[in-house]
Design a protein around this ligand. Structure first.
Ligand code: NG1
Ligand code: ZN
Length: 539
């Protein structure tokens, strides 16, 4: 019998001399060199599904906030989580096999190693963002799935969180943990209904302008809006930068990454003072808010702000429902969280803060250990998750007063409104709007909860970024020898100084972060630490 695995790999041979790695966000690089990786990911997805007795595995084709010429692929576990680390390693090894025969051999090796029955059913769902290369790369994935004899569902264009939602729905369909209907309409209906219930008749003030990065979030938001209550009753939403007909416009001068990195609104923005705006990234799993004040000053409300807002609101609801003795809330951040945000959560909200390495999977993992874990990266990627026990406690709780009953209803609606599978920009922005409506807050009140410490993020190009090894959730360097002492010396020279350097997981660079009491000190500290990194990196 012909070897269908080798045949699939043969159809999309690996370019010579390239090394691929399944990083923090899957495989991500120039789209033109991804064909072979896609086919092999199809094979891995089929194996992963078979290893889990035919559970649905997700394959998302996207490069998120990267430029239009890039693309990438991530695999999604049955409950919508990120791929298990052991399988990331297998994916990397598979992607780097030189010949079709090597691919087939490794496929069978994995099957033997994990005792996978190759005749068991394999089920895989695929979706993609709006990049021009998506259709070609999808065909490569499908060749892999066909070679492995996997059943597949192709959802066409979806946001990354929608794909995670589909995976979770398909695997829980018909069970007591059913997450929803695995269709696009099912997604809109679920989140729109939860938004309406969570608002409880409160109308957000003013409107919200949503910049969709000219990505897949644009058309999907337009669909969502059709399911939301009319603007007279709830929220008026203006959709901007939703041009997906022109794929070269994706993430260009707009989107969450542009706004966060440049600390400014997209140049095309035409909103008035104090108008709320938010920006999604290219696959709609990140969101940051911002506004201009009466003096035309730009103010960013990033992932740290969303985390503090959501944690404080959920904390209020838990207390008002009479559940504060049985449910504890915690916040999970990375070292990139502004020191003022960490301080606010600990000192003002009196909640526990955990710090993990960069990458959503680490934050998610730490949040899973909490009753309610609110996790966000400063760049706007995050969500809140509820433990199984907590969900049960909230479901069973009998309110003792009307006030408790009302708080409990909002809390339950928030659980439905928050995408439990993964951070979801559409769900996150609706949650923010619910909180602001309940608090009767505009962006200015939200901003005034604490003052961000001035900060600076720099990128340093070095010979080999792997020599920079960290400890303490990436806050300190253990290698190269002596570098941390030098950084410490600089940090001590500035007021409220904090700085760290770490190798990026998605780019060939070392990132340097610094914050301090004033902008000048933060800039200066970042520059000094960057120089230290450079001197050790060119040795
Ligand atoms: P790296 O390149 O490892 O810093 C970046 C972001 C992460 C995360 C990943 C995946 C920063 C400083 N880093 O990681 O938060 O979002 O990309 O997209 O924003
Ligand atoms: Zn993204």
């Amino acid at each position: 019998m012909a070897d269908s695995i080798a045949a699939a790999a043969q159809k999309h041979p690996a370019p010579e001399g390239l090394i691929y790695q399944y990083g923090t966000a899957g495989f991500r690089t120039k789209a033109e060199v991804l064909d072979s990786v896609m086919t092999r990911c199809g094979l891995i997805a089929a194996l992963r599904s078979r290893a889990l007795k035919g559970k649905w595995i997700g394959v998302m084709i996207t490069a998120s906030h990267n430029p239009p010429e890039d693309n990438g692929v991530k695999l999604v576990e049955p409950l919508g989580n990120m791929l298990q680390e052991e399988w990331e390693v297998l994916s990397t090894e598979m992607a780097n096999k030189a010949t079709p025969e090597d691919v087939s051999k490794f496929y069978h090796e994995i099957a033997a190693r994990f005792k996978i029955d190759l005749d068991a059913p394999a089920r895989v769902v695929v979706a993609r963002d709006t990049r021009a290369s998506g259709a070609r790369l999808l065909a490569c994935v499908l060749d892999g799935l066909k070679g492995a004899g996997a059943e597949h569902k192709d959802y066409g264009f979806l946001t990354t969180p929608q794909l995670h939602y589909m995976v979770r729905c398909l695997n829980t369909e018909g069970t007591k943990d059913s997450y929803g209907t695995p269709t696009e309409d099912g997604y809109y209906e679920k989140f729109a209904a939860a938004f309406k219930t969570a608002l409880k008749g409160k109308k957000p003030s003013g409107s919200l302008t949503v910049d969709c990065a000219n990505g897949v979030g644009g058309p999907k938001l337009t669909e969502l809006i059709k399911h939301l209550p009319p603007k007279e009753e709830a929220l008026e939403i203006f959709v901007v930068n939703d041009n997906v007909i022109k794929p070269e416009a994706l993430n260009v001068d707009c989107g969450a990454d542009y706004v966060k990195t440049n600390q400014r609104a997209p140049p095309s923005s035409k909103v008035g003072p104090n108008d709320r705006c938010c920006s999604l990234d290219g696959d709609a799993d990140r969101v940051v808010f911002y506004f201009k004040d009466a003096n035309n000053m730009f103010h960013l409300l990033d992932g740290d702000r969303i985390a503090t807002l959501v944690a404080s609101f959920l904390g209020d609801l838990v207390r008002q429902s009479g559940l504060s003795d049985s449910i504890k809330i915690g916040v999970v951040q990375t070292a990139y969280a502004n020191g003022a945000a960490t301080n606010y959560v600990e000192q003002h909200l009196k909640l526990k803060v955990d710090c993990t390495p960069t990458g959503v999977k680490y934050l998610h993992h730490a949040a899973e250990k909490l009753d309610i874990g609110v996790y966000f990266e400063a760049n706007g990627h995050g969500t809140a998750i509820f433990s199984v026990d907590t969900l049960e406690t909230i479901a069973k709780h009998e309110p003792k007063s009307t006030a408790q009953k009302e708080a409990l209803e909002v809390l339950r609606a928030c659980i439905d409104l928050i995408n439990q599978a993964v951070g979801d920009a559409l769900s996150d922005f609706m949650l923010v709007e619910v909180v602001l409506a309940h608090k009767s807050w505009g962006p200015q009140e939200w901003l005034s909860t604490y003052n961000d410490l001035p900060n600076r993020l720099l990128k340093v190009i070095v010979n080999d970024r792997k020599i920079f090894q960290t400890t303490d959730a990436e806050r300190r360097l253990v290698k190269p020898d002596g570098i941390q002492t030098k950084i410490d010396q600089e940090v001590q020279k500035v007021r409220q100084g904090r700085s760290f350097a770490r190798a990026s997981g998605t780019e060939d660079a070392v990132r340097v972060y610094a914050e301090a009491a004033t902008k000048a000190e933060a800039d200066d500290l970042a520059r000094k630490v960057a120089e230290i990194v450079k001197s050790f990196g060119s040795a």
